[in-house]
Ligand binder design. Structure first.
Ligand SMILES: C[S@@+](CC[C@H](N)C(=O)[O-])C[C@H]1O[C@@H](n2cnc3c(N)ncnc32)[C@H](O)[C@@H]1O
Length: 493
């Protein structure tokens, strides 16, 4: 078990217009207050984060009087009394962490047969493509947001979206949502889900948090509170708690917070969907697979035209292009988080995979080729092609694009993300390289459409071509442009 031991100081709740007027208590103060009320020993003066992974707890409060009780949890050394924990008051006080000693928790049941609400994050700039993709898979109530798409559908859609989406980074299944003011509210949110009905206590968990304009200061502390809530629900149900694994958890739980609303998700994908399962070798700055697939689709390449990447690096464009052309499901080579959930229907899943296999084609109708001047990059691309089962279909050669003597076909789509620079000397080298790139495009690729992804806004001017399209795209945090240049004969400015 790997528990997170170092946490930031617990946050204070900054007062908001409609927040309670009294000064909100820090969790440490809440603990002392609770100790006064219950007669329990408080961890007075200690940082609650230092206490967090050592003290036993009863629903949101760490109670020193549990120490040394029966029912030691063998995996984390926590001791607990074995009695049924008290329930969290549904009323609360606004100061957080208040425990009512009477009711037993009755978390919401998850209905595997109901229509579910999902959210799929994706690279910014690809939201509409993702929405179209999800609509094709049968998603309803599609809601395009910046950086992702909300949608609804049966649990079957979870299998299909994970298996077939080329653009989504994850498929998150919404479990619950509530307004919040304090960390205690987030703890309560975590106690409203019947976790033992979703996965076995033997599964390891990780809780992550993202926030937009939240007044709560420490996302780590929120993650800790929600993790506590999950563990407390398990303890209540079966006397055991799941272990935390921050590196390769079986189950990922995600909280998304706006300034007043917190949404609780279970991540049905597990590892990010851009990890297709074929990347064996890598080079510097490989493109994420879902971004590469999205750019191919944005370019309008139809799978029946030649495709060439003259600076292919680890071959991401080439592999994604071949998968698109053959209709291969991007998730066919990997496992998913939902396979560890209790409602996982292996027979249904096998059926969907089988269906996808049956629909795939075996041969390309136009060549897909790549080139890179770096021998390591070429080797990496070839390894990845082998892992994807596509090495017999895609040709990669070592060579400098400036030495290109003939395009691989009379027309087609050239796509690449050229090297980019940060330091001055790199920028100077690129300023020399771009005109040469422009010359090769004009001289060797007339009749083609070239699409280049770059964060370097000097590129069109320096390659001396006028872009016919200029699409804003984020490559991670990097603000980029995806330029199209139509290379007709004599296409100089
Ligand atoms: C940003 S990387 C491309 C990454 C690639 N799209 C991937 O996903 O792995 C740029 C690549 O351009 C290659 N390159 C740079 N200058 C080149 C040139 N003159 N001819 C051919 N390849 C070049 C580099 O070796 C590097 O692999």
């Amino acid at each position: 078990m790997t528990e997170k031991k170092t946490l930031k100081l617990p946050p204070r709740v900054a007062p908001t217009a409609d927040a309670p007027s009294r000064k909100p208590a820090r969790p440490g103060a809440q603990q002392a207050d609770h100790a006064r009320k219950t007669g329990a020993a408080a961890s007075g003066g200690k940082r609650p984060d230092a206490e967090a992974e050592r003290a036993p707890r009863v629903f949101g409060e760490r109670k020193a009087d549990d120490r040394g009780g029966r029912g030691r949890d063998s995996r984390d050394g926590f001791s607990h009394t074995g009695r049924r924990p008290a329930a969290v008051s549904s009323r609360g006080t606004g100061s957080g962490g208040v425990v009512a000693a009477s009711n037993t928790l009755r978390p919401n049941q998850f209905d595997w047969t109901a229509i579910q609400q999902y959210y799929a994050p994706c690279p910014r700039g690809l939201e509409q493509l993702l929405a179209d993709e999800l609509a094709n898979l049968g998603a309803q109530d599609i809601d395009v947001k910046e950086g992702g798409v909300g949608f609804r559908g049966l649990i079957d859609l979870m299998y299909l979206a994970n298996l077939h989406s080329r653009i989504a980074s994850r498929i998150l299944l919404r479990l619950d949502e509530r307004a919040y003011r304090s960390e205690a509210d987030l703890y309560r949110l975590g106690t409203r889900t019947d976790w033992p009905a979703l996965f076995n206590v033997e599964r390891t968990i990780k809780v992550s948090v993202t926030a937009q304009r939240s007044n709560l200061r420490s996302l780590d502390f929120i993650a800790l509170k929600v993790k506590d809530a999950v563990c407390d629900i398990f303890r209540d149900a079966c006397g055991e708690r799941p272990s935390v694994d921050t590196h390769a958890p079986d189950v990922r739980i995600h909280i998304f917070m706006t300034d007043r609303l917190a949404t609780l998700y279970i991540d049905t994908s597990g590892e990010s969907l851009f990890k297709r399962g074929y990347r064996q070798e890598s080079v510097d700055a490989p493109l994420r697979e879902n971004l590469a697939a999205g750019l191919l689709l944005l370019s309008g390449w139809n799978g029946h035209e030649a495709l060439h990447d003259p600076m292919c690096g680890s071959g991401t464009f080439l592999i994604e292009a071949a998968q698109i052309a053959l209709g291969l499901a991007p998730g066919r080579l990997r496992r998913f988080g939902f396979e560890g959930l209790s409602g996982f229907d292996a027979q249904k899943w096998d059926g969907y995979r089988e269906q996808a296999r049956g629909a795939a084609r075996e041969t390309l109708s136009a060549p897909i080729t790549g080139r890179d001047r770096d021998a390591v990059a070429v080797e990496s691309a070839r390894h990845n092609l082998v892992a994807a089962g596509l090495d017999h279909l895609v040709d990669v050669q070592q060579g400098d694009l400036r030495d290109t003597e003939q395009a691989p076909a009379a027309e087609g789509v050239l796509i690449a993300n050229p090297p980019y620079g940060v330091r001055l000397e790199e920028l100077d080298a690129l300023a020399e390289f771009y005109p040469e790139l422009g010359n090769v495009l004009k001289q060797q690729f007339s009749g083609w459409r070239a699409w280049l992804l770059t964060g370097d806004l000097r590129l069109p001017k320096l390659i001396r071509l006028t872009p016919s399209r200029r699409l804003p795209i984020y490559n991670g945090a990097l603000d980029c442009r995806f330029y199209e240049f139509k290379l007709v004969a004599g296409s100089n400015r």
